[in-house]
Design a protein around this ligand. Structure first.
Ligand code: GLP
Length: 260
């Protein structure tokens, strides 16, 4: 696992946008897995700025979804499909034909999950998956004690995650209890995992992810199993890392050609 400590969220966004640009230079029709929440927004802003100034061509880019609320009505502004359309597809000028996501409105949730697994496999798999992290160490919506081998399925949110996500809804009661999420086993099949974490509220979860034991109690610790996982953190989120100085020195000495 590579850990990169950046000065702030904007620098993290730029760095990850650069890695995505390098991926697109190698593979113009790459499948990019996108996460929601506030943390990845600087990545999407940095990508959109590059598209706008003509330095990035996303003509072949495909985008897929990490997770979704179950049971929100189609077109609900806080469904993750709507959020991705608003924050990623529209700013990058991508149509819905470039997008893959689970159907959170389906009455047959297991069928919707199986269909999404099949769609990801049919698309050739995710090349680079952007991840955020919950305060309890979840990735996607894989809450603590999710199977490390799990596939796309329904999950129940913890009270903490519902509270964390209440800011997006008119009232806390409106946050759904149930979600569909790529499983940890599904996520681990992506070619490159890039987790961005910013702010002091993520410092404990980051420390447990990077330095703690591999444990279903901290779902993001599954990144330790992946041969190409990058964790990008700002100073506040890095505050509890015991090996912070080692990570800084390693990155500072890294040859530029290696990229992330
Ligand atoms: C939600 C999403 C996660 C995201 C997390 C953290 O639970 N399902 O993918 O990582 O929120 O969000 P934020 O980046 O806003 O802290």
């Amino acid at each position: 696992m590579e850990v990169v400590i950046v000065p702030d969220a904007a620098a993290g966004g730029e760095l990850i946008a650069e890695a995505i640009a390098a991926l697109l230079a190698r593979k113009p029709d790459a499948l990019l897995g996108v996460a929601t929440g506030s943390t990845p927004l600087p990545i999407y802003h940095a990508l959109a700025a590059r598209v706008k100034d003509g330095t990035l061509d996303v003509g072949g880019l495909r985008v897929c979804q990490l997770d979704e609320y179950a049971g929100l009505p189609a077109g609900h502004p806080e469904s993750y499909r709507s959020v991705i359309a608003r924050e990623v597809l529209e700013p990058l000028g991508l149509g819905l034909e470039r997008f893959l996501g689970p159907d959170g409105t389906s009455a047959d949730v297991p069928a919707a999950c199986a269909a999404y697994e099949a769609a990801l496999a049919g698309a050739g798999g995710v090349d680079l998956q952007i991840l955020g992290i919950g305060t309890d160490g979840h990735i996607g919506f894989n809450e603590p004690c999710s199977s490390l081998a799990s596939r796309t399925r329904i999950k129940t949110l913890t009270p903490q995650t519902r509270e964390d996500n209440a800011r997006f809804f008119a009232s806390p009661d409106e946050v759904p209890h149930h979600v569909i999420t790529q499983g940890i086993g599904t996520i681990l099949e992506a070619g490159h995992l890039v987790l961005l974490a910013t702010g002091a509220g993520k410092a404990d979860a980051v420390q447990a992810t990077v330095e703690g034991p591999l444990s279903a109690l901290v779902p993001a610790s599954a990144l330790q199993l992946h041969p190409h996982a990058t964790v990008v953190v700002d100073e506040a989120a890095a505050a509890r890392l015991r090996l912070a100085d080692y990570f800084r020195a390693t990155y500072a000495a890294k040859p530029a050609w290696q990229g992330l």
